[in-house]
Write a protein that binds this ligand. Structure first.
Ligand SMILES: [Zn+2]
Ligand SMILES: [Zn+2]
Length: 278
């Protein structure tokens, strides 16, 4: 069930904002759905059910019955996908969980992969305990409402995944992911890394030492990694690019120094360091 790192890795930049049951992509794992559709970083998450928000909405990925008689849950898809019947063969579930999950963003696990089927709602009148009926209310979903943290968490996923790569593997991907044009709204922030791979490459290349003063990072972050900040040598606001030859990793002092002084000699030095091949 758990996707291999490489497989997962290359899928990270992809994120869906809308899904349409008639044109659903085929997902290989539940983890990849949670990452790309909900911006959730659940590595190795294998459960087929997850509450998404306070409004009784749940993520649901039922497996349809294909000759598995010993399974607790027996689900079937009827009315050309408009109805899902969920039976609990152990007779334990009743209606106990419905209050928190009456609306279900549903991905059905077929033999060849997992597809988005639509948003379903519990049909109380037709259901019996342990034989629950869900009706499709919509074939499309706007995922934006469910993934406020998407940008942030995808960035974090990429950073974590990138730790497992060698410097040269990372370089290849960072170069491939470099953005020459960066969205305007991002220009103001000081810790201004746009591309996780570019950022990760600069940090890995710095190997725990500030690329300006050469001192060890002043402390380790919560993950135990030396704390350095990425810096765009030619600021994005001045037309700099989010690429590896314009990005370095600096200690907080030097980072601040570059933003306050930005002395030409130091800018030139950093540009040279960023361009040095590895
Ligand atoms: Zn420094
Ligand atoms: Zn900076």
């Amino acid at each position: 069930m758990i996707e291999t790192i490489n497989n997962n890795f290359y899928k990270i930049p992809q994120a869906f904002e809308m899904l349409d049951a008639d044109k659903s992509p085929v997902f290989s794992t539940i983890v990849s759905i949670l990452n790309t559709c909900f911006g959730k970083n659940y590595k190795g998450f294998q459960k087929c059910f997850l509450i998404l928000n306070e409004k009784s909405t749940a993520f649901w990925a039922p497996k349809m019955l294909v000759g598995q008689k010993d399974s607790r849950w027996v689900n079937s898809l009827e009315d050309e996908g408009d109805t899902i019947i969920e039976k609990d063969m152990e007779g334990k579930i009743g209606f106990s969980d419905i209050a928190k999950s009456s609306k279900r963003v549903t991905f059905v696990r077929f033999v060849d992969g997992i597809r988005f089927m639509g948003v379903y709602e519990f049909d109380k009148l037709s259901s019996k305990p342990n034989h629950r009926i869900f009706r499709r209310k919509s074939k499309t979903i706007d995922l934006k409402a469910y993934c406020f943290e998407k940008e942030k968490s995808n960035f974090k996923i990429a950073l974590n995944e990138s730790k497992k790569l060698t410097l040269s593997e990372l370089k290849k991907i960072a170069e491939h992911n470099s953005s020459v044009q960066v969205e305007k709204k991002m220009h103001q922030t000081m810790v201004s890394v746009r591309n996780a791979y570019v950022a990760a490459y600069a940090k890995k290349k710095a190997a725990g030492k500030c690329q300006l003063c050469g001192q060890l990072a002043p402390f380790k972050d919560m993950d135990g990694e030396p704390f350095l900040e990425n810096h765009h040598i030619i600021w994005l606001a001045n037309g700099g690019t989010d690429t590896i030859d314009n990005t370095v990793a600096l200690c907080p002092n030097c980072h601040r120094r570059m933003h306050i002084l930005n002395q030409k000699e130091e800018v030139d030095l950093l540009l040279k360091i960023a361009k040095q091949s590895t």
